[in-house]
Design a protein around this ligand. Structure first.
Ligand SMILES: Cc1cc2nc3c(=O)[nH]c(=O)nc-3n(C[C@H](O)[C@H](O)[C@H](O)COP(=O)(O)OP(=O)(O)OC[C@H]3O[C@@H](n4cnc5c(N)ncnc54)[C@H](O)[C@@H]3O)c2cc1C
Length: 376
């Protein structure tokens, strides 16, 4: 440990914030984490992850828990909307020969795994709490909290997601999140024995898929284009999801459609993205995860690049002589990779909306997978 720091504050207890807290605690730093949600909740949808994310989970030390409570599988099976096989996209075993090339898990389960690891690492977690003021002076960050307390930190990490308040406070001129013109529908359904990996049906502008999240369950996802980002009443979600599946002439999807109901945890999310231009830090306040690079889920890599931020940030804090040097090195190592994920995912969405060039779509996906497999 070369950087002369002791106290770190992480603001936001999502995947990126928890991973950052764990990795900083491993350096022997005293880490506080504040999370605005009193219940530390994560909404109940599945999340698909690739080999690079599994590699990150292995570095953080929670891969075994993931494989026990989630699901690991190789490849992505692709079909037409009529059920005719297109092929299988290979998913290289990036995390090691003994670890599948991809997988999926329920968000609350992954959040629970990381929350347990955060507490086990000795991180001081405060729930229902956030900052009310951040001020930098004399090499320290003075923070006032909403519970009336105050703290002085050597480093503050903003991991508070797409609508980051830390970003607002530190980079008031930062761009705002952009609605990309697509929305994603998800539901949780009983797992079918012959679904062993991510499986997708590519319709005209609408894409449907399933991915196992455990021995018993899989999640269903549908991407559609929706020109405006209007509010959709949750009571309409099951019916609207069912309507989107109607054109798919696939017995499996029609059977799932018939089962959709209040127990299916149907969920709709408009897709938004944001890439903060450099710098990603201001003196001793740095941003990680969706707070700085929020991607659409086309590459299923958003969570993974947030986890990687945590690993690289701690790595640089452990080897640089100054905080500024560590943050500069962090930003340099992360910029190109995260830019690529955000921009390539955005381009994939644009091609889908325009019903554009399928060859370009495939080429971007393949190229992004190959680049993500490189060491971080
Ligand atoms: C529809 C959809 C599907 C997706 N699917 C996938 C997928 O399949 N695979 C994948 O890898 N990625 C996927 N992603 C992306 C992925 O969900 C995100 O990249 C990831 O969750 C980002 O984690 P984060 O911790 O940076 O931010 P968040 O998950 O947003 O966490 C931020 C945390 O900070 C807390 N917080 C907010 N404000 C404050 C505050 N002021 N003070 C304190 N705490 C605060 C929040 O309560 C939350 O706990 C998807 C995204 C969307 C929208």
């Amino acid at each position: 440990m070369t950087v002369p720091i002791q106290h770190v504050l992480v603001i936001g207890g999502g995947f990126s914030g928890m991973a950052t807290a764990i990795q900083c605690a491993k350096l022997g730093l005293a880490v506080d984490l504040v999370e605005i949600d009193q219940g530390w909740r994560s909404y109940g949808a599945g999340i698909s992850i690739g080999g690079p994310t599994l590699r990150a989970l292995r570095s953080i030390g929670v891969l075994d828990a993931f494989l026990e409570r989630g699901h690991g599988g190789d490849g992505v099976d692709l079909f037409t909307a009529g059920g005719h096989p297109i092929g299988t996209l290979p998913t290289p075993r990036v995390a090691g020969d003994d670890v599948p090339g991809g997988g999926a898990i329920m968000r609350p389960v992954l959040a629970d795994i990381l929350a347990k690891a955060t507490r086990a690492a000795g991180v001081r977690v405060r729930l229902g709490c956030t900052f009310s003021q951040i001020e930098q002076r004399e090499g320290q960050v003075q923070v006032a909290f909403t519970d009336g307390t105050q703290g002085s930190y050597d480093l503050v990490v903003g991991a508070d997601g797409l609508y980051s308040q830390v970003r607002e406070a530190v980079f008031p001129d930062a761009p705002k999140p952009r609605y990309t013109g697509q929305g994603v529908w998800r539901a949780v359904v009983p797992r079918l024995a012959d679904i062993v990996c991510a499986t997708m049906w590519l319709g005209h502008k609408v894409k449907a898929g399933v991915n196992p999240v455990s021995q018993e369950q899989m999640y269903l996802f549908v991407t559609e284009d929706r020109p405006t980002n209007e509010h959709i009443d949750p009571s309409a979600w099951p019916r609207m999801l069912s309507d989107l599946l109607a054109p798919f002439d696939v017995p499996l999807l029609q059977s799932l459609r018939a089962q959709l109901g209040p127990q299916s945890q149907c969920n709709y999310r408009p897709l938004e993205s944001l890439l903060l231009p450099q710098p990603w830090f201001n003196s001793r306040v740095v941003l990680v995860g969706d707070a700085v690079h929020a991607t659409t889920p086309h590459m299923a890599a958003g969570a993974g690049i947030g986890l990687e931020d945590a690993i690289v940030l701690a790595d640089e804090l452990g080897r640089s002589a100054t905080v500024e040097g560590a943050l500069q090195a962090f930003q340099t190592r992360r910029w190109e990779r995260c830019r690529m994920v955000v921009e390539h995912s955005g381009r994939l969405g644009d091609i889908e909306i325009a019903d554009g060039d399928k060859a370009e779509h495939t080429r971007i996906m393949r190229e992004t997978h190959m680049r993500l497999a490189q060491p971080i």
